[in-house]
Each structure stands twice: as C-alpha cells, then as structure tokens.
Design a protein. Structure first.
Length: 94
C-alpha cells in the first residue's frame, strides 16, 4: 500500500498508463483527476480494499487487459503536446 498522502501530478502514473498497465491509486485529487474511470481509486487507509483490488488484478487476466486498455487511452490525454496546448490555450491567441 502506498503511504504518500499528498502527491502532485502523477508523472509515473501517466507513464504506467501509457505502457498499458492497470493502475490503482490512492484517493488524492490530482491522482483521481489523472485516472478518472481508467483505473481504481481507493481509500489510502482501507487495507482490505487494496488487497482485494490487487488480488482481483492478479487473478483476472481479462480485467487487467480491460483496465490496461483504458489506461493507455486515458494517458493520451496527457501527452506533452496536449498538455502544452491546454496550458497555453487561454494565454496565447494562436
């Protein structure tokens, strides 16, 4: 179980998602925003939820594939080009 309670934008998370890995994150606003519906967002302090989620992924290849595909698609929203465009969209008149 992760022990980080405050985390900025999840670069490692986006990298894992781009690689097509299923992701499980703690219920922290920045991570929740990155994952959206593409992964599992769990209460950091609920050890049973984490154990069940990890076991489900280990035991279910179909679930891993579905979540991995969703992760890959979600990660595309955070490409450098899209992030650059989003940052400058309201600041510069293209």
């Amino acid at each position: 179980m992760p022990r980080i309670k405050d985390e900025a934008f999840g670069v490692a998370l986006v990298e894992a998602m781009a690689a097509g890995l299923p992701v499980i994150v703690n219920d922290f606003p920045a991570l929740r925003e990155v994952v959206e519906e593409a992964g599992l967002v769990l209460d950091l302090d609920n050890q049973d939820l984490w154990i069940n989620a990890i076991n489900s992924l280990c035991d279910n290849k179909n679930l891993r594939e579905i979540m991995g595909n969703k992760s890959r698609l979600q990660a595309e929203k955070f490409s450098m080009g899209k992030m650059f465009d989003g940052f400058f969209k309201d600041r510069i008149d293209f």
